[in-house]
Ligand binder design. Structure first.
Ligand SMILES: *Cc1c(COP(=O)(O)O)cnc(C)c1O
Length: 324
């Protein structure tokens, strides 16, 4: 299991690449939730999500160990982060993406200088292709979450939260494969065990909620949610033990709660965030943990929202919601 020491080492390893992102506040949001609310703005990282923290820690370490070529399988935020840091460090990167990948995301990855390889439409097909490629080319595979260096890198966001909000009482963190929450939970619980760490998942992607409840890794059939960064079908082998050890509670939000939080942050706070990030805001807005008069931080994990999808969300709202 990773420790706070790994996270401090990671911080030294990535500090020149990542941004110490701001913590945003909103009086309306605080009043709405009967708590003092803080949003940790990871949507303002280079490449638009916290993923650059873990990717930089991992890629820099394997580069120091002699890697020249790295491979991953993700058209989303992890793929963009890996492509970006590889370009910066002068490594060759190949990103395996699905045939139906969003063209703007593929263009961003290509823009960072990475090779693109398309393969199938399922994550199983992509992972298999990435593995083949890794062996053939003597490259190094960069996992999206289930890796100690990735987890430690994501945990650096937790170190910043404790520095930026010294009197924080509870932190809401969105869960996909569990890299972000396992890193932050380790950073927080190994220095401030009194601070509550609360995981959040969409009701329709509740694999970690079920796994924690049943005390063992539990997979779900499909994760049919607008939060496209949270579609992992089960927690990771390395991330789940950390969730069991350090996460106080996991709460669930509905699809409507997610879009309502996204629109609130856009309209009232002038920040464009993505659905996976809105999940953590939604939990605070609907006060899932039942907290009052506390200092609450929601981690806004990313801001890569496709504008056509945003238009769909806004077009679907009733005028009442928009002017409230
Ligand atoms: C990857 C991602 C998540 C989930 O992170 P995990 O480490 O897989 O739990 C949440 N939000 C955004 C925006 C992401 O890119």
């Amino acid at each position: 299991m990773i420790s706070i020491y790994d996270i401090n080492d990671a911080y030294g390893n990535i500090a020149d690449v990542i941004r110490r992102t701001p913590v945003l506040t909103s009086r309306t949001l605080s009043a709405k939730t009967d708590n003092k609310m803080f949003l940790k703005g990871e949507h303002l990282q280079p490449t638009g999500a916290f993923k650059i923290r873990g990717a930089t820690n991992k890629v820099r370490t394997v580069a120091e160990e002699g890697a020249k070529h790295i491979v991953t399988a993700s058209s989303g935020n992890h793929g963009q982060a890996v492509a970006y840091i590889a370009g910066k460090l002068g490594l060759e990167a190949t990103i395996v993406v699905p045939e139906n990948a969003v063209s703007s995301k593929v263009a961003a990855i290509r823009g960072y200088g990475a090779n693109i390889m398309t393969c199938g439409t399922t994550s199983t097909e992509r992972l298999q292709k990435a593995e083949e490629l890794t062996t053939e080319q003597e490259a190094v595979f960069i996992p999206p979450y289930d890796d100690p260096l990735i987890m430690a890198g994501q945990g650096t966001a937790g170190v910043e939260i404790l520095e930026q909000i010294p009197d924080v009482d509870a932190i809401y963190i969105t869960i996909g494969g569990g890299g972000l929450i396992s890193g932050i939970a380790t950073a927080v619980k190994e220095s401030r065990p009194d601070v509550k760490v609360i995981g959040v998942e969409p009701e329709q992607a509740n694999d970690t909620f079920l796994s924690k409840k049943q005390g063992k890794l539990t997979a779900i059939e499909r994760a049919d949610t607008i939060a496209d960064g949270l579609r992992a079908s089960q927690p990771g082998d390395l991330t789940f033990p950390v969730v069991q050890k350090y996460v106080d509670d996991i709460v669930l939000v509905t699809e409507d709660e997610i879009t309502e939080a996204l629109v609130f942050v856009l309209e009232r706070m002038k920040q464009l965030i993505e659905p996976s990030a809105a999940v953590a805001v939604a939990a605070a807005m609907t006060n899932k943990a039942g907290l009052h008069e506390k200092n609450i931080c929601s981690v806004v994990s990313g801001g890569n929202m496709a504008l056509d999808k945003l238009a769909g969300i806004i077009g679907g709202l009733s005028p009442v919601t928009l002017t409230r």
